[in-house]
Design a protein around this ligand. Structure first.
Ligand code: GAR
Length: 221
């Protein structure tokens, strides 16, 4: 993939707007990670644009955040589709219709099928609130506290056909303090998520990530 941000023509005051990476964001809930992406784009820290936000939840606040930012936001009701594959097929068609190059699962709480994962293999990221491979699945922060680990955090990984499993791109660690509650730990992990997610997307946009088996290498200039 060859993507560059705007280049200035020295001395002319003109800009060549080369193509920005087009994102599709899937979210099921409040969408604070989506907001972190929107804010990073606004501040110029992330050279990308969000083509569409999709949700499996009608009331997802992520949809409201997207609309406020002028981004197409679409809810697809899973009950209207006979199978998970049929549902994922309509998501895939919608992402393609919006020319999405990178899919970001930002709190998307529904299992994906190969129908959607395969066409976007190597071009789909997920953020998960634990240091994978520890505590995949639901309630990762609660699992961490109940297990008694002293360190947790968040992971961003490429998505493969198994849940919370694909090649790890980046992780941020958060200490688990004495007397920690699920919500206090979740809040502190979330702060790290909001920093890490836009940075990783920017690395992808700059073509800095290469996948070798399970290992993601960060290319430097
Ligand atoms: C985030 O903590 C994200 O890591 C988690 O859901 C939350 C969504 O928050 N994702 C998962 O648990 C996926 N397995 P947000 O809607 O405010 O971005």
């Amino acid at each position: 993939m060859h993507i560059k941000s705007a280049l200035s023509l020295k001395g002319t005051g003109k800009f060549i707007m080369s193509k920005k990476l087009i994102l599709g964001v899937l979210a099921s809930g409040r969408g604070s990670n989506l907001q972190a992406i929107i804010d990073a784009i606004s501040s110029g820290a992330l050279q990308a644009e969000i083509g569409v936000v999709l949700s499996n939840k009608k009331d997802a606040y992520a949809l409201t955040r997207a609309k406020k930012a002028g981004i197409p936001a679409i809810y697809f009701d899973p009950n209207n589709y006979p199978s998970r594959e049929a549902y994922d097929t309509v998501l895939l068609e919608t992402l393609r219709a919006h020319l999405v190059e990178l899919v970001v699962l930002a709190g998307y709480m529904r299992l994906l099928t190969a129908k959607l994962v395969r066409p976007y293999l190597g071009r789909m990221l997920n953020i998960h609130p634990s240091l994978l491979p520890a505590f995949p699945g639901l309630h990762a922060q609660r699992q961490a506290i109940e297990y008694g680990v002293k360190l947790s955090g968040c992971t961003i990984h490429f998505v493969d056909e198994k849940m919370d499993h694909g090649p790890v791109i980046a992780q941020a660690a958060v200490p688990v303090k004495a007397g920690e509650t699920t919500s206090s730990l979740a809040d502190r992990i979330l702060i790290e998520e909001h920093h890490l997610l836009p940075r990783v997307i920017q690395w992808f946009a700059e073509g800095r990530l290469s996948i070798e088996g399970r290992v993601v290498r960060h290319l430097t200039d």
